[in-house]
Design a protein around this ligand. Structure first.
Ligand SMILES: C[S@@+](CC[C@H](N)C(=O)[O-])C[C@H]1O[C@@H](n2cnc3c(N)ncnc32)[C@H](O)[C@@H]1O
Length: 207
């Protein structure tokens, strides 16, 4: 089982190596996702689980980014990036996606990159995301989605306990199903990575 403690420990330790592994593999999705989010000039974007800040360089200069992460180690890296990237204002903080310190209906644009299936209780995190989003808000999530291919699904089921036990990620969630359950509208799903394991999922929060 993935726990908040193991996530924090793993991502704190892993933060120095993270960019080396995940920048080349997943960057294409990050850039495309922010283009899809297309925040209006002057908007404030909430980024959930900002990690080492690999997405920050892709935001347009006319928006403000508010990002948070649970891991202090990952945040230390994103704070350095934010200081060096001066094209748009970025505020970063430590927070748990399952318990957000924002008022209801606070954001029109929300983004989460490869984070929802890392969180121990994704249902709670999605509920929080919908709570802080304004009615009609645009949300773009990049994530691994469990394969519909039987063989691939079986491989994922075998590896899930290994990755979950070290607090890296889980492989057993039906993310589109979870979003539908919460009332997500106009859901669009596009593959991004080479093996079609990662997707950009965009949707609108019901008005
Ligand atoms: C796979 S990394 C993705 C980081 C970044 N979004 C990216 O695109 O590279 C997952 C991130 O989610 C963060 N995370 C996990 N659980 C969290 C939670 N409950 N609240 C906030 N962040 C969390 C981890 O600390 C880690 O930085």
């Amino acid at each position: 089982m993935i726990t908040s403690h193991s996530i924090k420990q793993t991502y704190n330790r892993f933060s120095s190596l993270y960019d080396l592994i995940f920048k080349p593999y997943l960057d294409f999705g990050r850039e495309r996702a922010i283009k899809q989010l297309a925040p209006k000039s002057g908007a404030r974007v909430l980024e959930i689980g900002v990690g080492t800040g690999l997405s920050l360089e892709y935001y347009p200069s006319n928006v403000e980014v508010l990002g948070f992460d649970y891991s202090y180690g990952m945040l230390k890296k994103s704070k350095i990036k934010a200081r060096n990237l001066s094209h748009c204002p970025v505020n970063l903080m430590q927070m748990d996606a399952q318990n957000l310190a924002f008022a209801d209906n606070s954001f029109d644009y929300l983004l989460g990159a490869y984070v929802l299936t890392v969180i121990p209780d994704p249902d709670k995190a999605v509920r929080e995301l919908f709570r802080v989003a304004r009615p009609g808000a645009k949300v773009v999530i990049m994530n691994y989605i469990r394969s519909r291919n039987k063989l691939m699904g079986l491989i994922e089921d075998i590896f899930h306990p290994v990755f979950a036990s070290i607090g890296l990620f889980t492989l057993n969630h039906d993310l589109p199903g979870l979003l539908k359950q919460h009332g997500a509208q106009d859901i669009r799903i596009e593959p991004t990575s080479l093996l079609n394991l990662h997707f950009i999922v965009s949707f609108t929060v019901p008005a």
